[in-house]
Design a protein around this ligand. Structure first.
Ligand code: ATP
Ligand code: MG
Length: 415
């Protein structure tokens, strides 16, 4: 990092956040966006809907940071008190803005709805603040300066916050801090590797203070490695190095879930797919279906929960089921081949396992899952032990694991 980033603080306001009913996702989103324009978050504060606390939070942050972005508490109800808190921090009152009121009235009229009296509150702004337009809701945001810091206050609703951040806050900050180093983020996405294993492979690149900054987050067996630098070429080069070291566990260089990468792969190979699922109950097909445009390759999903369904829909033989059981590598193979054949697809997938919490045996414990991928040339299968995962988390991970196996089979990588 060639240049010290501009220090920023982010403030999330709402009782639902401090009391644990909702998670503050706005602040991390905002922090990521700020970094891209050379402004680095140094503190995130969460306060309840309490006027004195909100005022104090604005005042204290304005003494430390040059930029403050706050969300929440701009609604029409009594407990939304961010406006008042900001006015107190400014030592000012509030001012009615007729043009804001007209806009709110217009918005309700366009929807053919009566205007609640309480919405009048949203036409007031602290004296000295100016409006940030909100195209997606009634609550306008506002911006003001305090102790040399520029402060942006946005609604808590994420879609409204996001649009106002992109359309108003970030352009203003770019203009205000033209010399700020722009940060570039590259990502490397992996499936099925532990944080420790990845950490070992790239430990030297993750040293504190290194440029680019390399960090790992893991969620549901998907790892995201972020490579961030003001030097675009350096970020790209180190991302390439990370991907090369991690090898076949890397499924994408874009920040996307595995289903998106697999759907793209199928589309690029013009390879059609059919999925036969037992314990995942259609999740693998649903993940694929979440990707726009996948209809060109996703032919069919079979949810064959019972043995009868496996026999009737996929042609799994009753003898196979009698001798190996439904949760077996043999059954997974037969399901994958049966799906491929029944749908006339290029790729067939078979998933069978025991999601639990009950139903396991000594030989076939809860968490045992078999996944098979049938291609024209061969069928490959693998056995997984997802013991200890809650039922629906297991289903989700098994479904994504199957998609990762599709990727590996198509690319000729080891299972
Ligand atoms: P509105 O005019 O829509 O009421 P607001 O500014 O009053 O906007 P809040 O009432 O504080 O916003 O929050 C509205 C909703 O936005 C909350 O119920 C919550 O779902 C979401 N929300 C608020 N703050 C956050 C946050 N920090 N992170 C994620 N979601 C949030
Ligand atoms: Mg609120």
């Amino acid at each position: 990092v060639n240049q010290a980033p501009i220090p920023a603080e982010i403030l999330a306001i709402g009782d639902e956040l401090t009391q644990g009913w909702n998670t503050d996702t706005n602040s991390s989103e905002i922090a990521r966006e700020l970094l891209a324009v050379g402004i680095a978050g140094s503190r995130i504060t969460i306060v309840g809907d309490e006027r004195a606390q909100i005022a104090a939070a604005f005042t204290e942050a304005s003494r430390r940071a040059q930029v403050i972005v706050a969300t929440g508490g701009l609604g029409p109800t009594e407990d939304d008190i961010t406006r008042e808190g900001a006015a107190d921090a400014l030592g000012a009152g509030q001012q009615f803005h007729a043009e804001l009121w007209d806009r709110i009235v217009e918005r309700f009229r366009a929807r053919g709805r009566a205007i609640p009296e309480s919405n009048k509150k949203q036409a007031f702004l602290p004296v000295g603040a100016s409006r940030i337009p909100n195209a997606n809701g009634t609550a306008p945001g506002f911006t003001f300066e305090l102790n040399g810091a520029v402060i942006f206050v946005l609604p808590g609703v994420p879609v409204e916050m996001r649009a106002m951040l992109a359309n108003f806050v970030l352009p203003q900050l770019r203009e205000r801090f033209p010399g700020a180093a722009r940060y570039h983020r590259n990502v490397v996405k992996c499936f099925g590797s532990s944080e420790a294993a990845i950490g070992e492979a790239i430990a030297d690149l993750m040293a504190r203070g290194a440029d680019p900054i390399v960090g790992i987050t893991v969620s549901r067996v998907t790892s995201t490695i972020s490579i961030v630098s003001a030097n675009e070429a350096a970020a790209a080069r180190v991302a390439g190095e990370v991907a090369a070291r991690l090898g076949p566990v890397v499924y994408s260089r874009r920040d996307e879930p595995i289903e998106q990468a697999v759907a793209q792969l199928l589309l690029s190979k013009n390879a059609t797919i059919a999925v036969a699922e037992s314990c995942t109950g259609g999740l693998a097909a649903a993940f694929l279906a979440s990707v726009p445009g996948v209809s060109a390759v996703l032919k069919e999903g079979f949810v064959t929960y019972s043995n009868d369904a496996k026999i009737a829909r996929l042609g799994v033989s009753p003898e196979l089921l009698a001798s190996h059981g439904a949760v077996s590598e043999e059954c997974a193979r037969a399901m994958a081949e049966g799906a491929r054949e029944a749908a006339g697809a290029d790729v067939g997938v078979g998933i069978t396992g025991i999601a639990g919490p009950g139903g396991g045996t000594r030989e076939k414990p809860v968490g045992l899952v078999f996944i098979a991928i049938a291609l024209a040339a061969e069928t490959r299968a693998a056995r997984y032990n997802f013991a200890g995962l809650e039922r629906n988390l297991l289903r989700e991970i098994a479904a994504r694991q199957a998609l990762d196996q599709v990727r590996r089979a198509i690319l000729g990588l080891p299972a």
